[in-house]
Design a protein around this ligand. Sequence first.
Ligand code: CO8
Length: 304
Amino acid sequence: MKMALRACLRTKPGLTGLLSQLSCSGHAAARRAPALVAQRSSSSTSQKIKVDFDQSSGVAVMHMQSPPVNSLSLEFLTDVCIALEKLEMDKSCRGLVVTSSQPKVFSAGLDILDMYGKSPEHCAEFWKAVQEMWLKFYGSNMITIAAVNGSSPAGGCLLSMTCDYRIMADNPRYSIGLNETKLGIVAPFWFKDTMVSTVGHRATEMALQLGLLYSPAEALKIGLVDQLVHEDQVLTTATETMTKWLAIPDHARQLTKSMMRKPTIDKLAANREADVNNFVKFITKDSIQKSLGMYLEMLKRRKA
Ligand code: CO8
């Protein structure tokens, strides 16, 4: 069932299909006006995520709830993509806030166990799901806000960077960044491009080579996050911020977003298979597997 859904997900248009959608949806903004929608809310839950959708505001909140650290496993990525697709198809949903139900962690990034000691076939399927998540979030027609209420390394940072706006908890214990080189692995071009679009070339070059994880204050300084608030205020601030974004007519905002992001999206969309092959070849190398094994050991030792 999930396999079929996965195949179906790959055919859905995001921002890349926007121009054609707009030609037949000139009244999209009016159709989506919250005032026209009955006051209703709905909630859907998979094991790993919970989505609360308030139809009166047109805003959904996706709570990541995959203990202990919301690592992005194949199963988790599949659930996220399915939920996102459902919201994208629902014309009454205009905005999405992504946050974590886990204490102290937004997301620990890709699940290392999906890349360690696994067959090439598994690695390929896993990487396709990572690509899919990025394409869906980065290309979303919805307003997306990351409510980063904990640490967000690597793929967690990537997920937040796909959003239109990032609010992070102002707690110096938390960190965010693309730390791949610290694991002995290399962030692919679309991770890099997303970061360049967010913080610029120089900051990305330093961040990626050194595998830097930034404190919230440092992340704000380089523009990796847009706003810091007290830990208790992350979600409410995200909702308030959403109101400002909702005031902009959808078609104008969506076209602008598409104009900014389409070249990066097209680059991956045109190279998905080659990118999967590169990943599988790289990640299954003995030397890379050894690095991942040592990193996992380090995580365990640190805990002990
Ligand atoms: N994947 C799998 N398991 C993980 C991960 C992860 N990413 N992160 C943590 N865990 C596990 C830990 O090993 C631990 O397991 P156990 O309970 O069995 O010992 C459990 O989760 C809890 O972890 P912690 O005790 O460390 O939890 P804390 O709350 O103290 O810390 C952190 C949370 C800060 C998130 C910390 O766990 C951490 O730093 N994790 C590692 C984060 C990381 O480096 N992620 C990188 C993943 S790679 C990626 O996302 C991009 C890859 C791009 C690939 C490109 C190749 C070409």
